[in-house]
Design a protein around this ligand. Structure first.
Ligand SMILES: Nc1ncnc2c1ncn2[C@@H]1O[C@H](COP(=O)(O)OP(=O)(O)OP(=O)(O)O)[C@@H](O)[C@H]1O
Ligand SMILES: CC(C)(CO)[C@@H](O)C(=O)[O-]
Ligand code: BAL
Length: 381
């Protein structure tokens, strides 16, 4: 769609800071702001947010930001936004003049038997959430949600169609063995897909900083490795995991859980917290740290198995891990000067014998849900 775009009022009115942290050098942009900007393919949604579907207009827009000494913080997402995503946007807005949010469900990170087809898509709600957050940011004087990039798959994979098979025909970025451990052991193409799509997004958006959530901790390690090993000129920033009141990590996939599985899904966080307590109590050996976590998960599993099918929740523990923070390799003992990462994954199996009035979530309780969580054991000295 070709549209002519007025320069957003924000560029002539809003003060901006070129540096973080502290936003000490706040000044008004010189005029004419963004004089080279000719984003004929950008749809301007809000007072200051542009939606892009194509690479060239986004690049042109980004180049003008650079010429005007503005900074870009990139928040890659797969949409179905929740407060976890919004917290990353807020962090990016506190540290940059312009936040780019990408919304793209990347097919190459889903294995052939995974939930690509049913992955939640809530585009209209996502836009409304970003618009509302942008209004809040406007009042606070922070950076703004400047661009939303929502490409299609032909744009992201211009030569060959995306291939999720393990041999994988196409152009990929991979980290071995890092991408094959833990999440990568259960989802063999996952980190290849993530690293590849992030390389593309970083090249397109050329952000000063990129923002990822601690919830997907192995993904943050993969992204840091990507930036280091390919000499990408961007800084990786990690935002804390946002949680529901009972501690369940927010996740786009939680909408599938329904009430019964939601109540039991907290088992993983409870297990990890038991292991964390052991570390804080001075335990350093793998067995001493992990046994209460495994015992808790086993206990909940037995309790559930003892219930009737119309009440019980079936789940499988994929792993509970104590790993090195840089490599994600399993540790026999924690080096206090480095700390460690406690992480885990459970698969919530489809609900059995659903009741007529039961709240089953999206998909009627029949979609298996993979829940992940982690706790960083910080260095002690
Ligand atoms: N609870 C959370 N707290 C902080 N960041 C989060 C949280 N959930 C997701 N993120 C981050 O948001 C970014 C986009 O994630 P994504 O769109 O896959 O959402 P998600 O909730 O992780 O979805 P999924 O259910 O697929 O795991 C990632 O950097 C991810 O780590
Ligand atoms: C980083 C990401 C957007 C890549 O598709 C995805 O893995 C996610 O949302 O965490
Ligand atoms: N948040 C990670 C994206 C995925 O699970 O595919």
């Amino acid at each position: 769609m070709a549209r002519s775009i007025r320069l957003p009022a924000v560029f002539s009115l809003r003060a901006f800071a070129g540096k973080v942290p502290g936003r000490t050098s706040v000044r008004q942009p010189t005029k004419p702001a963004l004089r080279n900007f000719s984003a004929s393919h950008a749809l301007r949604l809000l007072s200051s947010t542009h939606i892009f579907h194509d690479v060239a207009p986004l690049r042109s827009y980004r180049r003008d930001l650079l010429l005007n000494k503005r900074t870009v913080g990139l928040v890659p997402t797969m949409g179905a936004l929740h407060d976890g995503h919004l917290s990353l946007v807020r962090q990016a807005a506190a540290e940059n003049t312009d936040v780019f949010v990408t919304v793209y469900v990347n097919p190459t990170q889903f294995g052939l038997n995974e939930d690509l087809a049913s992955y939640p898509k809530t585009w209209e709600t996502d836009l409304a959430m970003l618009e509302s957050l942008d209004k809040e940011l406007a009042k606070s004087g922070a950076g703004r949600v400047s661009a939303i990039f929502a490409p299609n798959t032909k744009t992201m994979y211009p030569t060959l169609p995306p291939d999720s098979s393990i041999p994988g025909v196409g152009s990929f970025v991979e980290m071995r063995p890092l991408g094959q451990l833990l999440e990568g052991a259960s989802r063999p193409v996952f980190f290849r897909g993530v690293a590849t799509v992030c390389m593309k997004l970083f090249n397109i958006c050329a952000p000063e900083r990129v923002y990822f959530g601690q919830k997907d901790i192995q993904q943050t390690v993969v992204i840091k490795r990507l930036v280091k090993d390919f000499h990408l000129d961007t800084e990786v920033r990690i935002g804390p995991t946002q949680r529901e009141g009972d501690g369940l990590a927010m996740s786009s996939r939680n909408v599938y859980l329904g009430a019964r599985r939601r109540a039991v899904g907290i088992v993983l966080n409870q297990a990890l917290r038991r292991a964390e307590s052991q570390y804080h109590d001075g335990k350093r050996k793998r067995g001493d740290i992990l046994w209460p976590a495994n015992a808790h998960a086993d206990g909940v599993l037995m309790e559930q198995e003892a219930l009737e099918p119309q009440e019980r929740v079936r789940f499988e523990v994929d792993y509970i891990s104590l790993a090195d923070p840089d490599t994600m390799e399993e540790l026999d003992e924690v080096d206090e000067s480095k700390g460690a990462i406690l992480s885990g994954a459970v698969k919530m199996l489809p609900v059995e014998s659903p009741g007529d009035d039961e709240e089953l979530g999206v998909g009627g309780g029949q979609i298996p849900v993979r829940l992940i969580d982690n706790i960083v054991l910080s260095p002690m000295r």
